[in-house]
Design a protein around this ligand. Structure first.
Ligand SMILES: [Fe+2]
Length: 260
């Protein structure tokens, strides 16, 4: 605004009035903006909290599903938890993107969920399975995949579940995938799974010493396992696996894994 000389009283008052009005609008606008920012901040925090809560209840559901399998297949008791922790350790040493960790954790935890549909006579058979029984047992990968693929937030985990029995050289099942056709999560999982199987007692044999288990994984690099993942695995000291097995969270919480 401008004022002409010589000053005219009315015009001066009008000019000052306009200036004051202008200043008031600026202050009001600034306050409005500040309030808006605060409101957005508050709402974002509320939304984030809700998201965390929602993810937690998803994982609670998955844990319940996993323990249902434990009741049916006693041999796997504790196996799903250990294998999940082992997978996360290898993945973090790779490293893989942080967003991949919960996907991998859920897949590892539920890898054998398809065994729910395998008859007890086969699942709990004390002796070795015959060829027909083996065929039925092998279906657990596809069954698990079909269970999980319908749940949108488990889609990537379902792909890992489907591929968890594939071998790097293409000699695994169900699709005989080779090398990088196998999802990275499944290539990590097979090492974690074999490690836990070897260092655990089985009805027909005692647990192997950790050093022996590591050597065996190295020996199968390139055939059963991805050599790149084996190299990473071998950089992790034996003591890490022993500590992890001893101090497995009790009760085990799937949802906490991603914050490891
Ligand atoms: Fe399996």
């Amino acid at each position: 605004d401008y004022i002409l000389k010589p000053f005219e009283k009315d015009q001066l008052f009008l000019g000052v009035g306009r200036a004051l009005q202008h200043r008031r609008l600026i202050i009001e606008n600034r306050n409005y903006q500040r309030n808006l920012e605060q409101l957005v901040e508050e709402r974002t925090a509320q939304l984030t909290a809700k998201h965390v809560e929602l993810e937690q209840s998803y994982d609670d559901t998955l844990e319940a599903l996993g323990s249902a399998l434990d009741l049916k297949d006693a041999e796997t008791e504790g196996h799903c938890q250990r294998v999940t922790e082992f997978c996360i350790s290898i993945a973090r040493a790779m490293p893989v993107p942080d967003q991949y960790l919960p996907i991998l954790a859920r897949a590892a935890f539920l890898h054998d969920i398809g065994k729910m549909a395998i008859p007890d006579g086969i699942l709990r058979k004390p002796g070795p399975l015959n060829d027909d029984e083996k065929q039925i047992m092998r279906k657990h990968c596809e069954i698990g995949y079909n269970m999980l693929i319908r749940i949108p937030f488990l889609r990537d985990a379902a792909e890992i579940v489907l591929a968890h029995q594939e071998f790097f050289d293409g000699s695994g099942y169900p699709r005989g995938l080779k090398g990088e056709q196998i999802p990275l999560g499944a290539r990590i999982f097979t090492i974690a799974d074999s490690l836990d199987a070897m260092i655990s007692d089985r009805p027909y044999r005692r647990a192997l010493p950790m050093s022996h288990a590591r050597e065996e994984i190295k020996r199968c690099s390139g055939s059963q396992f991805d050599p790149a993942v084996v190299d990473v695995f071998m950089t992790i000291p034996e003591q890490h696996w022993l500590d992890l097995r001893e101090h497995l969270g009790s009760p085990f919480r799937l949802a906490h894994l991603k914050n490891l």
